[in-house]
Design a protein around this ligand. Structure first.
Ligand SMILES: C[S@@+](CC[C@H](N)C(=O)[O-])C[C@H]1O[C@@H](n2cnc3c(N)ncnc32)[C@H](O)[C@@H]1O
Length: 295
């Protein structure tokens, strides 16, 4: 059996959702990558690339600088990996793109990258929303730090503030529905982490964890995904996807009345379908944590 994730999630089944999300946030991620890639950076390893939207932006940014460049994409999910490889290859000429099916929770990560014919060190190692899917996140950071060239940087993107798409009072049920949904989602997240085999807590902030992982100059910045109401079709679809994510085991965690309303918001046949509302917005803040490998 090949590499697999540890979180009980079939990531390949999320291809369409991840692809749509990539398209929605492409302008924001283009800015993040522009800010992260330093002028001399020629090589990048991306861990847990999803459908490859960011990989394509990295490849394009490297290509725009001329002089080649190298991008290695690592993931446990085979279909996602293929999709990411294709998307990155299609986005940029002259940049060497490699895909490696490997597990970021396995200490053989660097060897697996090397075995696949790619260089196991890069100027920038980028991992967005994947370290929290590893049983031992600090061990994960240490493993990723080993993939960074001396003088290079590890960038880990994690949640900043929870995504908001609904008005505080949607006119159905009790006000504050979204806050209750987000609370349930946080419980789901903690359970997902607790149920991983070998799950270890990370009782510290990310910048401190970067330092613990042997990196220096730990710093962070956050970026907003800020799409005010009224949303266009892309934004509305993103808001519906977000509500769909909040439906995930809502039955077990929320009052039946809230679940019923959420189902109406998600049902295109319902008079209360959220896709027909002109007061949805999309506001999210994510944080990029950066550490430097001592030269
Ligand atoms: C939440 S998605 C994030 C995708 C993308 N980075 C983004 O920001 O949209 C998590 C990604 O990490 C991958 N993944 C999960 N566990 C992994 C592991 N142990 N090693 C490598 N990749 C993993 C999944 O297959 C998926 O591509």
């Amino acid at each position: 059996m090949g590499a697999h994730s540890h979180d009980n999630i079939d990531w390949d089944a999320h291809l369409d959702r991840l692809r749509a999300a990539d398209d929605f946030i492409a302008p924001d991620i283009t800015q993040v990558i522009g800010r992260l890639l330093r002028p001399g950076d020629r090589s990048v390893i991306e861990i847990g690339a999803g459908a490859g939207g960011t990989a394509a932006i990295i490849a394009k940014t490297l290509a725009s600088r001329g002089d080649g460049g190298r991008l290695t994409v690592v993931d446990t999910a085979e279909q996602l990996l293929n999709a990411a490889g294709e998307r990155a290859t299609g986005a940029a000429g002259g940049v060497e793109i490699r895909t490696v099916r490997a597990d970021a929770a396995d200490d053989t990560l660097a060897e697996e990258i090397e075995k696949a014919g790619a260089t196991p060190q890069a100027d920038l190692v980028y991992a967005a929303f994947v370290v929290h899917h590893l049983p031992d996140q600090l061990a994960g950071l240490r493993r990723l730090a080993r993939l960074v060239k001396p003088g290079g940087r590890l960038a880990v993107v994690e949640f900043g503030l929870q995504t908001r798409v609904l008005p505080a009072d949607i006119g159905l049920g009790e006000p504050g529905l979204e806050a209750r949904l987000l609370n349930a989602s946080e419980q789901w997240f903690q359970q997902m982490r607790a149920e991983m085999d070998g799950s270890v807590r990370l009782p510290m902030g990310w910048a401190k964890a970067m330092t613990e992982a042997g990196l220096t100059e730990a710093t962070s910045f956050s970026y907003l995904i800020d799409r005010p109401a009224p949303l266009d079709d892309l934004g509305r679809a993103a808001a519906i996807r977000q509500l769909g994510m909040l439906r995930r085991d809502a039955d077990e965690r929320l009052p039946a009345a809230d679940v019923e309303i959420l189902d109406q918001l998600l049902d295109p046949g319902s008079e209360h379908y959220a896709g027909n509302r002109d007061d949805l917005h999309y506001l999210s803040a994510n944080t990029v944590h950066i550490g430097t490998k001592p030269a």
